[in-house]
Write a protein that binds this ligand. Structure first.
Ligand SMILES: C[S@@+](CC[C@H](N)C(=O)[O-])C[C@H]1O[C@@H](n2cnc3c(N)ncnc32)[C@H](O)[C@@H]1O
Length: 249
C-alpha cells in the first residue's frame, strides 16, 4: 500500500518542481518547538512522513538527529534527495511504513496528515514508534484573516472541495485516537514574499489546482498575476502555522 492513497494527493507529482520553488519552509520557532518537545538531537532518530520535497526534512537535519524521510511520490522524493541529501529517503506511505517495529524515537508530518487513511495510518505510526515516542503535525496555512487571502480564497474557491475540513479537525484524528495521548498545540505566523511568478506558482502547487484542467489553471494564473501587478509586483503572503504534538500511549 505504499501508493498515494488519496487521488487528489497524486497531483503533487505533476508539480514537484513548482512545489519546491514556491512553497515556504517552516518558521524556525515552530521547528524549535517540535525539536524541543520531541527531544531531537544527535543519537535520536526521527521519521519525516509524507516528506514531499523535504521542506521540513532539511530543518530536522539541523537538530543533528538521524532523519528518515518517507514519501510515496517518486517526483517529490527526487526533489527531496537533491535538497536534503543528509536524510535517508525511502519510498513508502503512512499506511505502509517501510521500517521495523519500535525503530524511531519521533515522527513529524508536514502538511500531509490530511492525506493519510487515518484508520490504517495511526496504527502504523504507533507500530514504528518506540514506546512513548512523539508525533508532531505541522501545517503552514494561508492566514484566513489577511485581505490578500480573502481575495485569493475567492479566486481558488471553485477548485477546492466544499466543506473541506481544516487542520484543527484533521489533528483531532490523532488526539482522539486511543493509541495517542492528548494534543498540545502552538501557533506561529510569518510572511512569505512573492513576485508575480512565484505567487502564480505558489497557488499552482495546491493539489486541487494542479489537478484541474489546463484552461482553468491558465485563467487562474492570469488572475493571480493581475493581483500581484496591482500590488506593485511583490506581495506579502501571510501564513498561520499550526503545530500539534501528541505522544504514543
Ligand atoms: C503538501 S505535501 C507536503 C510535503 C512536505 N512534508 C512539506 O512539508 O512540504 C503532501 C505530501 O504528502 C504525500 N502523501 C500523500 N499521501 C500520503 C500517504 N498516504 N502517506 C505518506 N505521504 C503521503 C504527498 O505525496 C506529498 O508529497
Amino acid at each position: 500500500m505504499s501508493e498515494l492513497q488519496h487521488p487528489d494527493s497524486r497531483s503533487f507529482e505533476l508539480v514537484a518542481d513548482v512545489y519546491e520553488r514556491a512553497r515556504p519552509g517552516y518558521p524556525p520557532e515552530a521547528v524549535a518547538w517540535i525539536a524541543d518537545r520531541l527531544d531531537l538531537h544527535p543519537g535520536r532518530t526521527v521519521l519525516d512522513l509524507g516528506a514531499g520535497t523535504g521542506k521540513l526534512t532539511r530543518a530536522l537535519l539541523e537538530t543533528g538527529a538521524r532523519v528518515i524521510a518517507v514519501e510515496p511520490g517518486d517526483a517529490m522524493r527526487a526533489e527531496l534527495e537533491r535538497a536534503a541529501p543528509g536524510a535517508e529517503a525511502l519510498r513508502g506511505s503512512a499506511e505502509d511504513i517501510p521500517l521495523p517495529d519500535d525503530s524511531v524515537d519521533a515522527i513529524t508530518v508536514g502538511q500531509a496528515f490530511h492525506w493519510f487513511r487515518h484508520d490504517v495510518a495511526l496504527p502504523e505510526l504507533h507500530r514504528v514508534l518506540r514506546p512513548g515516542g512523539g508525533v508532531a503535525l505541522i501545517w503552514n496555512n494561508r492566514d484566513p484573516d489577511a485581505p490578500l487571502h480573502q481575495e485569493i480564497g475567492r479566486l481558488i474557491a471553485p477548485f477546492i472541495p466544499p466543506d473541506r475540513p481544516d487542520a484543527e479537525e484533521w489533528s483531532r484524528e490523532l488526539g482522539e485516537s486511543e493509541l495517542f495521548g492528548p494534543l498540545e498545540e502552538r501557533r506561529f505566523s510569518f510572511v512569505q514574499q512573492l513576485d508575480a511568478d512565484l505567487l502564480a506558482e505558489r497557488i499552482a502547487s495546491v493539489s486541487f489546482v494542479a489537478a484541474a484542467p489546463a484552461p482553468a489553471r491558465r485563467e487562474l494564473d492570469e488572475q493571480l498575476r493581475r493581483v500581484a501587478q496591482r500590488l506593485g509586483g511583490r506581495v506579502d503572503f501571510p501564513y498561520l502555522t499550526l503545530v500539534y504534538v501528541s505522544f504514543a500511549v
